[in-house]
Design a binder for this molecule. Structure first.
Ligand SMILES: [Zn+2]
Ligand SMILES: [Zn+2]
Length: 219
């Protein structure tokens, strides 16, 4: 298994509320902060692991110095950055977000899957018109050396979420996001409980990840 898989496998629920945040947006998608401001904040908060996961774009990583193994160790502190992205895609009639972690930023297919214009990384209304399909997204993330995670599954408009996650697993899905606050619009549009998704993840032996999905000026 790869390094990212091992790191994520070893992170606990307590870590996600204390020193790991694997779901962060920058101003290269619809977030507010520049990647350097995010790294500064993460250091102030003594975080150990973060991942910048912009919508359909890797552009933020052009503004961060990464070492060759795709994990950044900042000098003078313990912060490590796990490379990340969040793709809009469809599976059958379900619109969803799939996170990719530990991806090779130079992978050609992965880059081809990214936004062709800046709007595709910004406006929700444009992003929903994507033609990306979940099985393809999962496959390309894997080929780029990464692991794929279904983002905020409690928001999925699907009554039989267990069936859906089981099917996504058959395409290679590695995990589901469980530990994160359901804030913003998600506080209203929530179809499943965290408890339920957590139980499904354990039953299907999937990785469990977490992050704040922050778009504003805090992590
Ligand atoms: Zn999302
Ligand atoms: Zn997000």
């Amino acid at each position: 298994m790869n390094q990212t898989f091992d790191i994520i496998k070893n992170l606990t629920e307590a870590d996600y509320y204390k020193n790991a945040n694997l779901h962060i947006h920058t101003n290269f998608s619809d977030g507010k902060l520049h990647p350097s401001e995010i790294i500064e904040l993460a250091k102030q908060k003594n975080l150990k692991y973060i991942s910048i996961t912009d919508h359909n774009t890797l552009e933020a990583y052009n503004h961060i110095d990464l070492d060759s193994n795709a994990l950044l160790k900042m000098t003078g502190c313990n912060l490590q950055i796990i490379t990340g992205v969040e793709f809009d895609c469809w599976y059958k009639s379900n619109f969803m977000h799939i996170l990719g972690y530990g991806i090779d930023l130079n992978n050609e297919e992965l880059n081809n899957l990214c936004a062709r214009n800046p709007n595709e990384s910004k406006l929700d209304i444009i992003r929903i018109s994507t033609s990306r399909k979940a099985p393809e997204v999962i496959k390309i993330i894997k080929e780029a050396g990464g692991i794929s995670v279904l983002a905020h599954p409690c928001c999925c408009w699907n009554i039989n979420i267990k069936k859906m996650i089981t099917e996504l697993k058959s395409f290679g899905l590695d995990g589901v996001e469980v530990y994160y606050p359901y804030i913003r619009h998600r506080a209203i549009v929530k179809f499943h409980t965290i408890k339920k998704v957590n139980a499904i993840a354990k039953e299907l032996n999937l990785l469990i990840t977490g992050g704040t999905d922050c778009h504003n000026d805090d992590l």
